[in-house]
Design a protein around this ligand. Structure first.
Ligand code: HEC
Length: 194
């Protein structure tokens, strides 16, 4: 039965390829597939020209930089340089810093008044694990210390807010809250902090 089916009849179109008596049937793919095939070839030529020859399109990295700049602009995120950052000392900024401290749940790990608890260190003594100037504190809050359980806040807070909460943290030094956790790290030797 199946032999019957596979038999080439004289009506079947055959190409003129022949090898050892074996003939090739002329059995092209449907038109729409061929059309799709030619379109992809055409597209790849345009694509290659656009990106590699005319160098019009952005490569992945450039595209990423552009997109994140647009994102920052849209959400008013400006990256602050820590090079000559100073801690805020004015009441308004510290109040805002305190609001951030409350809103972000810093007290879950550092206590309501920064006194520290079983999870996080005391932020009110003058001993620091990661450094005590505004840059250090800013960087710890921004990038966290994931291995030690300190959350990075860079995706949740703008640099400006981080600077404010960091200033608030520094303003807590010497406040001696109740139930203060024992000092950890090294005593701060920098003037600017006290
Ligand atoms: C999930 C718990 C957790 C939360 C939430 C958290 N922290 Fe921490 N934080 C830690 C731990 C744990 C450390 C200690 C890291 C280490 O040992 O280096 C730390 C360290 C710090 C330090 C450095 C202290 C030092 O001695 O060097 C600062 C500053 C700090 N946190 C501020 C904040 C602020 C501000 C917030 C809220 C925006 C916050 N933390 C939220 C757990 C937390």
């Amino acid at each position: 039965m199946s032999e019957e089916k596979n038999k080439v009849t004289e009506h079947d179109p055959v190409t003129d390829h022949e090898y050892d008596g074996i003939k090739e049937l002329d059995n092209p793919p449907p038109r729409w597939i061929m059309l799709l095939f030619y379109i992809t070839i055409g597209w790849s030529i345009l694509y290659g020209a656009y990106f590699f020859w005319l160098k019009q399109g952005d490569h992945q990295d450039a595209e990423y930089v552009k997109k994140s700049a647009q994102h920052d602009e849209k959400y008013h995120i400006t990256a602050l340089s820590t090079d000559d950052m100073v801690a805020f000392t004015d009441e308004a900024a510290l109040t805002e810093g305190k609001e951030v401290f409350t809103a972000m749940g810093c007290m879950a790990c550092h206590g309501l008044n920064g006194e520290g608890n079983a999870i996080g260190p005391n932020l009110t003594d003058n001993y620091w694990i990661n450094g005590c100037n505004i840059k250090d504190v800013f960087n710890v809050v921004k990038n966290g210390v994931p291995a030690k359980g300190m959350t990075p806040f860079k995706s949740q807070l703008s640099d400006e807010k981080i600077q404010k909460v960091a200033s608030y943290v520094l303003s807590l030094v010497g406040t001696n809250p109740a139930n203060a956790k024992a000092p950890q790290g090294e005593e701060c030797k920098e003037e600017s902090n006290s």
